[in-house]
Design a protein. Structure first.
Length: 202
């Protein structure tokens, strides 16, 4: 589960820098599909550790899919936000059917055929990020928007993601970190001086 947690932390950091969720969703679903497919179809004579490593990587890529999808879907829902959030949370229960299907296929056929079920579900899941990245209308619906204007026109329908914005967001983060570090260093130095003064008085 460590890979699962690390994957979510990395995705959160990337999203914080301004990368649209549709890119994160595309990378994660593609990675999950590739790793689970390789794990299911590695040659039988291959090292078993390779298949295990691929399954762990599958956890890594799957980690950010649901929270990213959740954030994308509830965006701009207005008064329907609670209803949509409830539906998304209930939908998680649908995944509880998959272990039973895999178990039944493993008992009746083989482990490889059982994993093909997971490969099929990952392939179907790829449809959403593909649509989000190929459709200009869907891009406009799901991408974050920055205030102001671009090339003299309102950017209310323009994605807030750009290389310049990413660079500015990272620079602001470094500047804030530098300021906080200097404040902490100053506070430590003042504490040391006060402690030294107290010892001198004693």
């Amino acid at each position: 589960m460590a890979c699962f947690a690390v994957g979510r932390y990395i995705a959160s950091g990337v999203a914080y820098l301004g990368v649209p969720g549709r890119y994160i969703l595309m990378i994660c679903t593609t990675g999950a599909l590739v790793t689970i497919t390789l794990a299911a179809h590695l040659p039988l004579e291959a090292d078993g550790n390779a298949a295990l490593a691929l399954l762990i990587l599958t956890y890594f890529f799957e980690s950010a899919i649901f929270p990213t999808l959740y954030a994308i879907v509830i965006r701009n829902q207005g008064s329907r936000t609670k209803l949509v959030a409830m539906g998304l949370t209930i939908a998680i229960g649908g995944g509880g059917v998959l272990p039973s299907i895999i178990y039944a296929l493993r008992r009746s056929q083989s482990t490889r055929r059982a994993f093909d079920t997971a490969v099929g579900f990952c392939a179907v899941a790829m449809l959403l990020p593909l649509l989000l990245n190929l459709s200009p209308t869907l891009k406009r619906w799901v991408d974050p928007v920055v205030s102001g204007s671009i090339h003299g026109r309102s950017n209310s329908d323009v994605s807030g993601f750009s290389t310049n914005m990413l660079r500015k967001r990272f620079s602001d983060y470094l500047a804030r970190f530098s300021i906080e570090h200097k404040e902490y260093a100053t506070e430590v130095e003042m504490t040391r001086r006060n402690e030294s003064g107290n010892r001198g008085e004693v």
